[in-house]
Ligand binder design. Structure first.
Ligand code: PHE
Length: 488
């Protein structure tokens, strides 16, 4: 069978920006900026993008493109055993996909609610009692929360039909899902900055507290955010790179992707902080007291502000949650595609539709856990372990393999021959030193906090079963997937 490639450079860049720009930009970035000295965080984030983000993106896209394989066989082509790292990365990304879809399901509930402002009178009660029907804690599973599960099925249908034909269908979808959010963000920025009190909020986001640059926290936050935000170490960027022609340009494309992703974060920050400033002014309180990140920001604070707006409330709600869904959907199907590409490498005769369908069905079953009444707790725990450990460990190994263990590594030459901008020497330096050293520090510090106290006060049993166990199982399942897809 003939392999299908991205129709052109720009579609590839849109797909990669689509994967990178997601909930991490909308709810993680603004909250991190607020906690870490506003404008100072922006500076740290830009530096982290340059030191670690761009080099790792070049590594992943370059390796996929050079070997023309998804992450399992791309890493396997360096040395056979490394393929297991690729499969492990994909199991992690599948795990993320199962819970990321639960958040998509919350988004669908709010998108539907926006047409009639169905979350009135209290968004908090709508979110926790009606949608999540939240239980008392991870120990009480409490059966399925039907609004979540029904929306989960709908969300999976969207993801399936976006990714079912692989690069062919993805190419047509990302033309919308990776461009419209920019347009909507512009409209929302215009609305946000013209609200009373917006400037007080924006001040928190922009005015730098330079002293924070001398704390470890800000750098930890900036580097891990770069990792998550650029969808690194999940096998996604290798898969997307393998769908480019072997002679495609690398460095400039990587810079466009990084800048595109940064813009989404930056613009989201303006919307979030402008709006929070308005909310504080309406309630006559200090902006700091209304700042929130995570699900609380988009599913409680935002709907509340939308209620308060002087006009066009429903329209703005529909735009906001429509944008959230677009940002999330193209990140979700990139996770599916990462796995699908590695399977297709092995089984080119099996129709792409069938591979996507099997992943979807397994994904829906996996999503059942996150659709229970304790789903939000489980999601929080799994996310914490995958992001703080799974990803970081894979990132370290990946950079050591490419930087140190690759005999006759001709990646530098390959990047040099395929780039309009020449930073390949710096690239190698970063892959050999910056990335592994920094990530190891991050890992050690994360472990230290982990051992000092239970994450978010959850019980040890919950942390082990829903957090630790899945990431420990990932290599085993990866091994099994390798055997399943091997010729004999
Ligand atoms: N980059 C996405 C975001 O910022 C999250 C994500 C990570 C998506 C990894 C896919 C893979 O929301």
């Amino acid at each position: 069978m003939n392999k299908t490639y991205w129709p052109n450079q720009w579609v590839f860049i849109l797909a990669a920006v689509g994967s990178a720009a997601g909930l991490g930009n909308l709810w993680r970035f603004p909250a991190l900026a607020y906690e870490n000295g506003g404008g100072a965080f922006m500076v740290a984030f830009i530096i982290a993008n340059i030191l670690v983000g761009i080099p790792l993106l070049m590594l992943e896209i370059g390796l996929g493109q050079k070997t023309q394989k998804g992450s399992a066989d791309a890493l396997g082509s360096i040395k056979k055993g490394f393929k297991y790292l690729g499969w492990t990365a994909m199991c992690m990304s599948f795990l993320v996909l199962t819970y990321y879809m639960a958040v998509v399901a919350y988004g669908i509930n709010f998108f539907a609610g926006a047409f009639t402002l169905g979350w009135m009178p209290s968004a908090e009660s709508f979110f926790f009692n009606e949608v999540l029907q939240i239980s008392s804690g991870p120990g009480e599973m409490g059966g399925i929360a039907w609004p979540v599960f029904a929306a989960l099925l709908l969300g999976w249908a969207m993801v399936y039909f976006s990714a079912w034909k692989g690069v062919k269908s993805i190419s047509s979808v990302v033309k919308w899902t990776a461009t419209l959010p920019f347009v909507i963000l512009l409209l929302l920025i215009f609305r946000a900055v013209t609200l009373d009190g917006a400037s007080d909020g924006l001040a928190l986001f922009f005015i730098p507290e330079w002293s924070q640059l001398f704390t470890t926290d800000i750098w930890l936050a900036a580097f891990s955010q770069v990792f998550f935000s650029l969808s690194l170490a999940f096998g996604i960027m290798m898969a997307y790179g393998s769908l480019r022609h072997r002679n495609s340009e690398i460095t400039k494309s990587v810079i466009y992707i990084t800048v595109g992703n940064f813009l989404v974060s930056f613009m989201s920050g303006i919307v979030v902080f402008g709006t929070l400033g308005y909310m504080a002014a309406q309630q006559g309180v200090d902006v700091a007291s209304v700042v929130a990140g995570g699900p609380g920001l988009v599913f409680v604070v935002f709907p509340e502000v939308i209620n308060m707006l002087p006009a066009l409330n429903s329209l703005i709600g529909v735009l906001f949650f429509g944008m959230l869904l677009m940002l999330a959907i193209d990140s979700a199907f990139s996770l599916l595609e990462a796995l699908s590409v590695s399977i297709r490498d092995r089984m080119p005769h099996v129709p792409t539709e069938k591979i996507s369908l099997i992943i979807t069905i397994v994904g829906v079953f996996g999503g059942l856990l996150y659709s229970t009444k304790a789903g939000l707790y489980y999601l929080d725990i799994t996310d914490h372990f995958v992001v703080s450990y799974g990803l970081v460990i894979i990132g370290i190994l990946q950079s050591i393999i490419v930087g140190w263990l690759w005999k006759g590594n001709d990646m530098v030459a390959y990047i040099k021959d395929h780039s309009d901008i020449h930073i390949e020497k710096l690239w190698l330096f970063s892959i050999r030193y910056f990335v592994p050293i920094f990530l190891t520090i991050l890992l050690v510090l994360n472990l230290r906090t982990e051992l000092a106290e239970n994450y978010e006060g959850y019980s040890t049993a919950a942390l082990i079963y829903v957090g630790l166990l899945p990431i420990l199982l990932a290599p085993a399942v990866g091994y099994f997937l390798d055997k399943l897809t091997s010729k004999n």
